[in-house]
Every structure is written in C-alpha cells, then in structure tokens.
Design a protein around this ligand. Structure first.
Ligand code: FE2
Length: 307
C-alpha cells in the first residue's frame, strides 16, 4: 500500500502544482499593462511626440476588461495611434473593438491587418504555438474585417495595406509604408519597394508579422523604424530567459520590445532600422494563458535624435 500512497500523493501534488500554474498563466493573460519606450527618431531640436502602439487584441465581444483597458488609453491623448493587426477573434467582435477604440479614433492613426482579422481562430492544442511552424494556416471561417477597416478609415485612420502614405504630425512629415500580413504571404513588397522619402522627417515601416524578408526590405529602403506585432512576445516564456518562439522567422531574442534590424546594427548604419515588436494584448481565445509575458500596449515616445 505504501508505494501506491506515495504515487497517489505525488500525483496529487503534481495536479495541484499544474492547477496553480494554469491559474497563474490565466491571470497573467488578463494583466493588461502599458509599456513605455523612448525612441530617438525625430530631427534634432524637435519636441517629443507620443505614439500609442496596439497589436494582437484577439478580442471577443465579452472581454470587458481588455476592451475597457483599451478605451482608457484615450486619456493619454496620443499624437498617433498605430494598430498592427490581429484585432479580432470572433464573428461579432467588430462593434466591440470599434467601441473600445472610439476615443482613440479622435487622434490620427494608421493600421494594417493580421491573419486573425481575416479568419476566426480554431480550438487547437496550445502546445502547437511552441512547436516549429508546419506551414498550415487557418483560413476556414472568414471574419468581417472590411467592417473594421471601414470603422478605422471613416475616422480618418490610414489603411497601410500594401501601400505608402504620408501624415503631418506636430509640424513634421511622417512617411509610412505598410504591407499586408506576411504570415499569410499577403505582403506585396513590390508595391511599397523603393527608397523611403529622403525629405520626410520620420519614415516608418508597418507590418503585422515581422518576417525577415519584410524587415530586410524596410531597413534597406531607409525606414527609420519598423513597427510590428504578431509574436505575442513568445506568450509562454521562461522566466529570466525569455521567449521560446516568435511564430515567424524572427529570432526569439527580438520577440518583443525595441531592437535594431539587422540585430547587430547601430543607429546611423546605412540600411538599418529600429524595430519595435509589441507583445500584444491578447491570445487565441481558446488558450488565454501567458507566462512571463504580460499583455501590453506600448507608448512610444519619439524624441529628437542627438545633433
Ligand atoms: Fe496575434
């Protein structure tokens, strides 16, 4: 009887530990936070500008806490909002997302879509996220992404899907290039190829999934910074070690936060850019867990470059 008792107690302790870990991971997926980053991009002497970066909401109409967190960020009165896609996770999510963004739509904005704006998520093995990409893509259940686009563009936000556009912000000319989601191979790099405007004050490349082919082109074309999402920061990370996956061909060392591209470049190197990757605010709604990677929006404060 004794060995069975030990086995039973060990199994019980293991099950309790698993339940505690799962509870923690579920709570962390709801611990929405605002990360603040400084990015020295503006011409010397320019006043700072504040850019609010959203990505990977994966919203459903009932995720009240997440939607209220987003709505509350309108109080920051940003100079620009950037949305790098994967806003939706439900057929009926568009009105809820547009409601959450209502205050933010008062400010200038730009956006691109991600695969999860186009297609509804499926119930799948959560461990699949950590496994190598097998190339299969979920395209079974289309979502009403055109309604989301309309809501954004009717408010004046620029749709940067495979196109370039300009905005005047704080007296400065911002030049943008954006591509559709490379995770679905919807990116049309030829449509936006060519040197970024040399007479713009700030040049930004916008993309959902930071695949290297896109980062390479934006950097080579002279964009000062590339803004992306998709990785969820690794979503389930090893404390103090970091991400195990980026769900694309970007290295895990740049799964979230501010880095350079190429990774070893320095500001001022020709053909190099800053790279900001958001860990995003959501997850697949069937696996709402995060570990050592809180859900986030980012306030990027653009400051003047050193003279
Ligand atoms: Fe996502």
């Amino acid at each position: 009887m004794a060995p069975n008792g030990i086995v039973g107690r060990t199994a019980l302790v293991g099950a309790m530990g698993g339940a505690l870990a799962l509870g923690y991971a579920m709570a962390e997926a709801r611990a929405f936070t605002l990360r603040r980053v400084e990015l020295p991009l503006l011409p010397p002497g320019a006043d700072p500008l504040r850019v609010l970066h959203f990505s990977d909401l994966h919203a459903t109409p009932t995720q009240r806490a997440k939607l209220e967190f987003i709505a509350g960020l309108a109080d920051l009165k940003p100079d620009l909002v950037i949305d790098t896609g994967d806003n939706l996770a439900h057929l009926l999510a568009v009105p809820a997302v547009l409601d959450a963004f209502a205050g933010l739509l008062e400010f200038p904005g730009v956006f691109v879509h991600g695969s999860n704006d186009y297609f509804a998520p499926l119930l799948r093995n959560p461990l699949r996220y950590l496994l190598p990409d097998d190339g299969t893509r979920n395209t079974r259940h289309p979502l009403p992404w055109t309604e989301l686009s309309k809501g954004f563009t009717n408010a004046g936000w620029l749709d940067l899907t495979n196109t370039r556009a300009d905005l005047k912000l704080g007296g400065l000319r911002f030049a943008f290039a954006g591509v559709d989601d490379p995770h679905l191979e919807y990116d049309n790099l030829e449509a936006v190829a060519g040197p970024a405007p040399a007479d713009a004050d700030v040049r930004l490349g916008i993309v959902h999934a930071p695949y290297l082919r896109v980062l390479d082109q934006f950097a080579a074309d002279g964009y000062d910074a590339i803004i992306a999402g998709h990785t969820h920061g690794g979503q389930v990370c090893v404390p103090f070690l970091g991400a195990l996956t980026t769900n694309c061909d970007l290295d895990t060392g740049r799964a979230k936060g501010l880095h350079r591209h190429p990774a070893d470049s320095r500001p001022g190197d020709p053909g190099s850019s800053w790279l900001h990757v958001s860990a995003g605010l959501g997850t697949n709604p069937y696996t709402r867990i995060r570990v050592a990677c809180r859900p986030e929006a980012t306030l990027l404060t653009l400051t003047a470059r050193p003279a």
